[in-house]
Design a protein around this ligand. Structure first.
Ligand SMILES: [Zn+2]
Length: 388
Protein backbone atom coordinates (compact mmCIF):
# COMPACT_ATOMS: atom_id res chain seq x y z
CA UNK A 1 0.00 0.00 0.00
CA UNK A 2 0.99 3.64 -0.30
CA UNK A 3 1.96 5.69 2.74
CA UNK A 4 3.70 8.97 3.46
CA UNK A 5 6.93 8.03 5.20
CA UNK A 6 8.84 10.54 7.33
CA UNK A 7 12.58 9.99 7.59
CA UNK A 8 15.24 12.59 8.47
CA UNK A 9 12.54 15.29 8.29
CA UNK A 10 11.73 14.34 4.67
CA UNK A 11 8.24 13.24 3.64
CA UNK A 12 7.94 10.79 0.73
CA UNK A 13 5.06 8.77 -0.68
CA UNK A 14 6.35 5.21 -0.49
CA UNK A 15 5.14 1.65 -1.05
CA UNK A 16 5.10 -0.11 2.31
CA UNK A 17 3.78 -3.49 3.51
CA UNK A 18 0.04 -3.44 4.22
CA UNK A 19 -0.80 -4.19 7.87
CA UNK A 20 -2.22 -7.52 9.02
CA UNK A 21 -4.59 -7.78 12.00
CA UNK A 22 -3.34 -9.61 15.08
CA UNK A 23 -5.62 -10.93 17.83
CA UNK A 24 -8.10 -8.24 18.85
CA UNK A 25 -7.00 -5.94 16.06
CA UNK A 26 -8.59 -4.46 12.95
CA UNK A 27 -7.23 -3.22 9.64
CA UNK A 28 -8.96 -0.06 8.46
CA UNK A 29 -9.08 1.51 5.05
CA UNK A 30 -8.27 5.09 5.99
CA UNK A 31 -11.03 7.44 4.81
CA UNK A 32 -9.71 10.70 6.32
CA UNK A 33 -6.71 11.58 8.47
CA UNK A 34 -6.10 14.98 9.99
CA UNK A 35 -2.72 16.70 9.92
CA UNK A 36 -1.88 17.71 13.49
CA UNK A 37 0.40 20.46 14.75
CA UNK A 38 2.33 17.76 16.60
CA UNK A 39 2.97 16.06 13.24
CA UNK A 40 4.51 19.28 11.91
CA UNK A 41 6.64 19.53 15.03
CA UNK A 42 7.61 15.84 15.13
CA UNK A 43 8.85 15.99 11.57
CA UNK A 44 11.65 18.37 12.58
CA UNK A 45 12.08 17.82 16.32
CA UNK A 46 11.39 14.09 16.77
CA UNK A 47 14.56 13.39 18.73
CA UNK A 48 14.03 16.15 21.31
CA UNK A 49 10.44 14.97 21.87
CA UNK A 50 11.55 11.32 22.09
CA UNK A 51 14.22 12.25 24.66
CA UNK A 52 11.55 13.69 26.98
CA UNK A 53 9.36 10.58 26.59
CA UNK A 54 12.45 8.48 27.29
CA UNK A 55 12.91 10.29 30.61
CA UNK A 56 9.32 9.33 31.46
CA UNK A 57 10.21 5.69 30.77
CA UNK A 58 8.94 5.30 27.20
CA UNK A 59 11.62 4.63 24.60
CA UNK A 60 9.39 3.91 21.59
CA UNK A 61 8.55 7.41 20.38
CA UNK A 62 9.56 8.22 16.79
CA UNK A 63 13.18 9.17 16.04
CA UNK A 64 14.38 11.19 13.06
CA UNK A 65 16.41 8.29 11.60
CA UNK A 66 13.43 5.89 11.57
CA UNK A 67 10.87 5.28 8.82
CA UNK A 68 7.72 6.76 10.37
CA UNK A 69 4.17 6.89 9.06
CA UNK A 70 2.51 9.82 10.86
CA UNK A 71 -1.25 10.25 11.42
CA UNK A 72 -3.22 9.80 14.65
CA UNK A 73 -6.48 11.67 13.82
CA UNK A 74 -8.32 9.31 11.51
CA UNK A 75 -11.56 7.71 10.52
CA UNK A 76 -11.80 4.55 8.45
CA UNK A 77 -13.72 1.45 7.46
CA UNK A 78 -12.97 -2.05 8.81
CA UNK A 79 -11.58 -4.26 6.02
CA UNK A 80 -9.94 -7.09 8.01
CA UNK A 81 -10.36 -8.47 11.52
CA UNK A 82 -8.07 -10.38 13.84
CA UNK A 83 -9.22 -13.22 16.11
CA UNK A 84 -11.66 -12.12 18.83
CA UNK A 85 -12.60 -8.76 17.34
CA UNK A 86 -16.17 -7.49 17.68
CA UNK A 87 -16.65 -4.98 14.89
CA UNK A 88 -17.87 -6.25 11.51
CA UNK A 89 -16.15 -5.66 8.20
CA UNK A 90 -17.50 -2.63 6.39
CA UNK A 91 -18.21 -0.70 9.61
CA UNK A 92 -17.09 2.94 9.64
CA UNK A 93 -15.07 3.55 12.81
CA UNK A 94 -12.76 5.91 14.65
CA UNK A 95 -10.05 4.49 16.90
CA UNK A 96 -8.19 5.74 19.95
CA UNK A 97 -4.63 5.90 18.59
CA UNK A 98 -2.81 3.39 20.79
CA UNK A 99 -1.67 -0.01 19.53
CA UNK A 100 -0.41 -3.18 21.19
CA UNK A 101 2.70 -4.24 19.30
CA UNK A 102 6.34 -5.14 19.79
CA UNK A 103 5.67 -6.23 23.38
CA UNK A 104 4.19 -2.92 24.50
CA UNK A 105 1.63 -0.19 23.80
CA UNK A 106 2.61 2.49 21.29
CA UNK A 107 1.05 5.73 20.07
CA UNK A 108 -0.29 5.24 16.56
CA UNK A 109 1.32 7.64 14.11
CA UNK A 110 4.09 8.68 16.48
CA UNK A 111 6.09 5.47 16.82
CA UNK A 112 7.91 3.07 14.50
CA UNK A 113 5.96 0.30 16.29
CA UNK A 114 2.54 1.74 15.34
CA UNK A 115 2.41 3.22 11.81
CA UNK A 116 -0.20 5.96 11.45
CA UNK A 117 -2.90 6.87 8.99
CA UNK A 118 -1.00 8.95 6.41
CA UNK A 119 -1.58 5.76 4.44
CA UNK A 120 -4.17 3.71 2.60
CA UNK A 121 -4.58 1.44 5.63
CA UNK A 122 -3.94 1.55 9.37
CA UNK A 123 -3.84 -1.09 12.11
CA UNK A 124 -5.96 -0.43 15.23
CA UNK A 125 -7.16 -2.15 18.41
CA UNK A 126 -10.71 -3.48 18.18
CA UNK A 127 -11.29 -2.64 21.89
CA UNK A 128 -10.33 1.01 21.27
CA UNK A 129 -12.44 1.35 18.10
CA UNK A 130 -15.90 2.92 18.02
CA UNK A 131 -18.45 2.52 15.22
CA UNK A 132 -19.31 5.98 13.89
CA UNK A 133 -22.90 6.70 15.00
CA UNK A 134 -25.76 8.56 13.29
CA UNK A 135 -24.18 8.45 9.84
CA UNK A 136 -21.68 11.12 10.90
CA UNK A 137 -19.56 12.09 7.87
CA UNK A 138 -16.10 10.51 7.80
CA UNK A 139 -14.37 13.90 7.59
CA UNK A 140 -16.08 15.12 10.75
CA UNK A 141 -15.51 11.76 12.50
CA UNK A 142 -11.78 12.27 11.85
CA UNK A 143 -12.00 15.32 14.12
CA UNK A 144 -12.88 13.12 17.12
CA UNK A 145 -9.24 13.04 18.21
CA UNK A 146 -8.52 16.81 18.20
CA UNK A 147 -11.94 17.46 19.78
CA UNK A 148 -11.11 14.94 22.52
CA UNK A 149 -7.98 16.99 23.24
CA UNK A 150 -10.26 20.01 23.75
CA UNK A 151 -12.68 18.05 25.92
CA UNK A 152 -9.88 16.78 28.16
CA UNK A 153 -8.48 20.30 28.60
CA UNK A 154 -11.92 21.68 29.50
CA UNK A 155 -12.60 18.88 31.98
CA UNK A 156 -9.19 19.28 33.63
CA UNK A 157 -9.79 23.04 33.66
CA UNK A 158 -12.85 22.41 35.84
CA UNK A 159 -14.63 25.48 34.43
CA UNK A 160 -17.91 26.50 36.04
CA UNK A 161 -20.71 27.54 33.67
CA UNK A 162 -20.60 31.08 35.12
CA UNK A 163 -16.83 31.34 35.08
CA UNK A 164 -15.13 33.23 32.29
CA UNK A 165 -12.93 31.10 30.04
CA UNK A 166 -10.18 32.81 28.07
CA UNK A 167 -8.62 30.91 25.17
CA UNK A 168 -5.18 32.14 24.10
CA UNK A 169 -4.45 30.92 20.55
CA UNK A 170 -7.11 29.80 18.07
CA UNK A 171 -5.35 27.09 16.09
CA UNK A 172 -7.04 23.66 15.97
CA UNK A 173 -6.36 23.08 19.69
CA UNK A 174 -7.81 26.44 20.74
CA UNK A 175 -10.80 25.96 18.42
CA UNK A 176 -11.47 22.52 19.94
CA UNK A 177 -11.28 24.02 23.44
CA UNK A 178 -13.76 26.76 22.46
CA UNK A 179 -16.19 24.20 21.01
CA UNK A 180 -16.01 22.04 24.12
CA UNK A 181 -16.38 24.99 26.51
CA UNK A 182 -19.60 25.97 24.75
CA UNK A 183 -20.79 22.32 24.62
CA UNK A 184 -20.25 22.26 28.41
CA UNK A 185 -22.45 25.31 28.89
CA UNK A 186 -19.74 27.85 29.77
CA UNK A 187 -21.46 31.18 29.19
CA UNK A 188 -18.57 33.51 28.52
CA UNK A 189 -15.73 32.38 26.27
CA UNK A 190 -13.21 35.00 25.18
CA UNK A 191 -10.79 33.98 22.43
CA UNK A 192 -7.55 35.68 21.44
CA UNK A 193 -5.46 35.31 18.28
CA UNK A 194 -3.35 37.65 16.14
CA UNK A 195 -4.82 36.20 12.93
CA UNK A 196 -8.14 37.64 11.66
CA UNK A 197 -8.86 34.32 9.93
CA UNK A 198 -8.41 32.38 13.16
CA UNK A 199 -10.54 34.91 15.05
CA UNK A 200 -13.33 34.42 12.51
CA UNK A 201 -13.10 30.63 13.03
CA UNK A 202 -13.18 31.16 16.81
CA UNK A 203 -16.46 33.04 16.43
CA UNK A 204 -17.85 30.27 14.22
CA UNK A 205 -16.87 27.68 16.84
CA UNK A 206 -18.84 29.60 19.47
CA UNK A 207 -16.55 32.17 21.13
CA UNK A 208 -18.63 34.96 22.67
CA UNK A 209 -15.94 37.59 22.16
CA UNK A 210 -12.77 37.58 20.09
CA UNK A 211 -9.78 39.78 20.69
CA UNK A 212 -6.80 40.83 18.61
CA UNK A 213 -4.07 40.80 21.28
CA UNK A 214 -2.10 43.36 19.25
CA UNK A 215 -4.93 45.84 19.89
CA UNK A 216 -6.58 44.72 23.13
CA UNK A 217 -5.81 42.51 26.13
CA UNK A 218 -8.03 39.42 26.37
CA UNK A 219 -8.12 40.04 30.13
CA UNK A 220 -9.51 43.55 29.77
CA UNK A 221 -12.21 41.99 27.59
CA UNK A 222 -13.17 40.03 30.75
CA UNK A 223 -13.64 43.21 32.83
CA UNK A 224 -16.96 43.37 34.67
CA UNK A 225 -16.84 39.77 35.85
CA UNK A 226 -15.53 40.63 39.31
CA UNK A 227 -11.95 39.43 38.82
CA UNK A 228 -9.24 40.95 41.00
CA UNK A 229 -6.35 42.46 39.08
CA UNK A 230 -4.14 44.21 41.67
CA UNK A 231 -2.55 43.37 45.01
CA UNK A 232 -4.32 46.18 46.90
CA UNK A 233 -7.69 44.78 45.79
CA UNK A 234 -6.80 41.48 47.48
CA UNK A 235 -5.77 43.24 50.70
CA UNK A 236 -8.95 45.30 50.68
CA UNK A 237 -11.13 42.26 50.04
CA UNK A 238 -9.58 40.38 52.99
CA UNK A 239 -10.04 43.25 55.43
CA UNK A 240 -13.50 44.33 54.30
CA UNK A 241 -14.79 40.75 54.29
CA UNK A 242 -13.81 40.23 57.94
CA UNK A 243 -15.25 43.65 58.82
CA UNK A 244 -18.58 42.76 57.21
CA UNK A 245 -18.76 39.29 58.76
CA UNK A 246 -18.02 40.72 62.22
CA UNK A 247 -21.13 42.88 61.93
CA UNK A 248 -23.29 39.75 61.64
CA UNK A 249 -25.12 39.03 64.88
CA UNK A 250 -24.77 35.76 66.83
CA UNK A 251 -22.54 33.71 64.52
CA UNK A 252 -18.78 34.31 64.81
CA UNK A 253 -17.14 35.52 61.55
CA UNK A 254 -14.81 32.51 61.31
CA UNK A 255 -17.71 30.07 61.34
CA UNK A 256 -19.39 31.87 58.45
CA UNK A 257 -16.11 31.94 56.55
CA UNK A 258 -15.56 28.24 57.16
CA UNK A 259 -18.98 27.36 55.75
CA UNK A 260 -18.41 29.65 52.74
CA UNK A 261 -15.04 27.99 52.23
CA UNK A 262 -16.64 24.53 52.25
CA UNK A 263 -19.12 25.40 49.52
CA UNK A 264 -16.47 27.19 47.46
CA UNK A 265 -17.96 30.65 48.02
CA UNK A 266 -14.88 32.03 49.78
CA UNK A 267 -12.68 31.78 46.69
CA UNK A 268 -12.58 35.11 44.82
CA UNK A 269 -13.89 35.02 41.24
CA UNK A 270 -11.29 34.13 38.68
CA UNK A 271 -11.15 33.08 35.04
CA UNK A 272 -9.77 29.86 33.58
CA UNK A 273 -7.18 30.64 30.92
CA UNK A 274 -6.32 28.05 28.26
CA UNK A 275 -2.83 28.36 26.80
CA UNK A 276 -3.19 26.94 23.27
CA UNK A 277 -0.11 28.42 21.60
CA UNK A 278 2.87 26.46 22.91
CA UNK A 279 5.76 28.77 22.14
CA UNK A 280 8.32 30.11 24.62
CA UNK A 281 7.24 33.21 26.52
CA UNK A 282 3.49 32.71 26.24
CA UNK A 283 3.09 31.10 29.67
CA UNK A 284 4.96 33.90 31.43
CA UNK A 285 2.97 36.48 29.49
CA UNK A 286 -0.26 34.84 30.73
CA UNK A 287 0.98 34.66 34.34
CA UNK A 288 1.94 38.36 34.16
CA UNK A 289 -1.28 39.61 32.54
CA UNK A 290 -4.08 37.35 33.80
CA UNK A 291 -6.24 38.31 36.79
CA UNK A 292 -5.25 37.28 40.30
CA UNK A 293 -6.16 33.65 41.22
CA UNK A 294 -6.45 32.68 37.52
CA UNK A 295 -6.27 29.01 36.73
CA UNK A 296 -4.09 28.41 33.68
CA UNK A 297 -4.52 25.19 31.70
CA UNK A 298 -1.48 24.54 29.53
CA UNK A 299 -2.66 22.72 26.40
CA UNK A 300 -0.21 24.10 23.81
CA UNK A 301 2.88 21.93 23.61
CA UNK A 302 5.98 24.06 24.04
CA UNK A 303 8.85 21.68 23.35
CA UNK A 304 11.64 24.08 24.20
CA UNK A 305 12.82 25.08 27.68
CA UNK A 306 10.84 28.14 28.76
CA UNK A 307 11.13 30.74 31.53
CA UNK A 308 8.45 31.77 33.98
CA UNK A 309 8.75 34.10 36.97
CA UNK A 310 7.55 32.05 39.95
CA UNK A 311 7.45 35.23 42.07
CA UNK A 312 4.81 36.68 39.74
CA UNK A 313 2.76 33.47 39.83
CA UNK A 314 3.10 33.48 43.64
CA UNK A 315 2.06 37.14 43.97
CA UNK A 316 -1.11 36.35 42.01
CA UNK A 317 -1.58 32.81 43.34
CA UNK A 318 -1.92 31.62 39.76
CA UNK A 319 -2.72 27.94 39.44
CA UNK A 320 -1.02 26.01 36.63
CA UNK A 321 -2.41 22.78 35.25
CA UNK A 322 -0.72 20.87 32.43
CA UNK A 323 -2.73 18.48 30.28
CA UNK A 324 -1.94 15.76 27.76
CA UNK A 325 -4.19 13.87 25.37
CA UNK A 326 -7.51 12.48 26.64
CA UNK A 327 -8.96 9.36 28.19
CA UNK A 328 -10.76 6.64 26.20
CA UNK A 329 -14.00 7.93 27.78
CA UNK A 330 -13.34 11.49 26.60
CA UNK A 331 -12.54 10.14 23.13
CA UNK A 332 -15.88 8.32 23.08
CA UNK A 333 -17.72 11.37 24.39
CA UNK A 334 -16.11 13.64 21.77
CA UNK A 335 -17.35 11.30 19.01
CA UNK A 336 -20.89 11.36 20.39
CA UNK A 337 -20.93 15.16 20.85
CA UNK A 338 -20.07 15.39 17.14
CA UNK A 339 -22.53 12.69 16.06
CA UNK A 340 -25.36 14.13 18.20
CA UNK A 341 -24.86 17.54 16.62
CA UNK A 342 -23.91 19.13 19.97
CA UNK A 343 -20.60 20.26 18.52
CA UNK A 344 -20.27 21.46 14.94
CA UNK A 345 -16.59 21.06 14.15
CA UNK A 346 -16.88 20.97 10.35
CA UNK A 347 -15.81 24.65 9.96
CA UNK A 348 -12.37 23.69 11.34
CA UNK A 349 -11.71 21.70 8.16
CA UNK A 350 -10.16 24.08 5.65
CA UNK A 351 -8.76 21.69 3.06
CA UNK A 352 -8.36 18.11 1.81
CA UNK A 353 -5.33 16.61 0.04
CA UNK A 354 -4.21 13.24 -1.27
CA UNK A 355 -1.03 11.49 -0.05
CA UNK A 356 0.95 13.32 -2.75
CA UNK A 357 -0.26 16.63 -1.32
CA UNK A 358 0.90 16.10 2.28
CA UNK A 359 4.21 17.92 1.81
CA UNK A 360 2.39 20.93 0.37
CA UNK A 361 -0.24 20.77 3.12
CA UNK A 362 2.52 20.97 5.77
CA UNK A 363 3.71 24.18 4.10
CA UNK A 364 0.18 25.56 3.74
CA UNK A 365 -0.46 25.03 7.47
CA UNK A 366 2.29 27.52 8.26
CA UNK A 367 -0.12 30.29 7.23
CA UNK A 368 -2.83 30.69 9.90
CA UNK A 369 -4.88 32.93 7.62
CA UNK A 370 -5.73 30.18 5.15
CA UNK A 371 -5.77 26.91 7.07
CA UNK A 372 -6.70 25.35 10.39
CA UNK A 373 -7.24 21.60 9.85
CA UNK A 374 -6.25 19.90 6.61
CA UNK A 375 -7.43 16.32 6.12
CA UNK A 376 -5.74 13.66 4.03
CA UNK A 377 -7.93 11.54 1.78
CA UNK A 378 -5.63 8.68 0.71
CA UNK A 379 -7.79 8.08 -2.39
CA UNK A 380 -7.63 11.69 -3.56
CA UNK A 381 -5.14 12.81 -6.20
CA UNK A 382 -5.16 16.43 -4.97
CA UNK A 383 -1.59 17.68 -4.58
CA UNK A 384 -2.71 21.00 -3.09
CA UNK A 385 -5.38 21.53 -0.43
CA UNK A 386 -8.83 21.68 -2.03
CA UNK A 387 -12.02 22.88 -0.36
CA UNK A 388 -13.54 20.17 1.86
ZN1 LIG B 1 -3.06 15.59 17.29
Amino acid sequence: MKAVVCNQAQLAVTDVAAPTAGTGQLVLDVVRCGICGSDLHSRHHADAIADVADEVGYDGLMRSDQQIVLGHEFSGVVVARGKGSRIAEGTPVVSFPLLRSAGGVHPTGLSAHAPGAYAEQVLVEDALSLPVPNGLAAEVAALTEPLAVGLHAVRRGDVGKRQVAIVIGCGPVGLAVIAMLKANGVRTVIASDFSPGRRALATTMGADAVVDPAAESPYSAAVGHGHLTTGPEVFELGVSTVEKLRRLPVVPWHQVWRVADKVGAATPKHPVVFECVGVPGVLDEIISSAPIYSRVVVVGVCMEPDRIRPAMAINKEVELRFVLGYTPLEFRDALHLLADGKVDAAPMITGVVGLDGVEGAFEALADPETHAKILIDPRSTATAPTAP
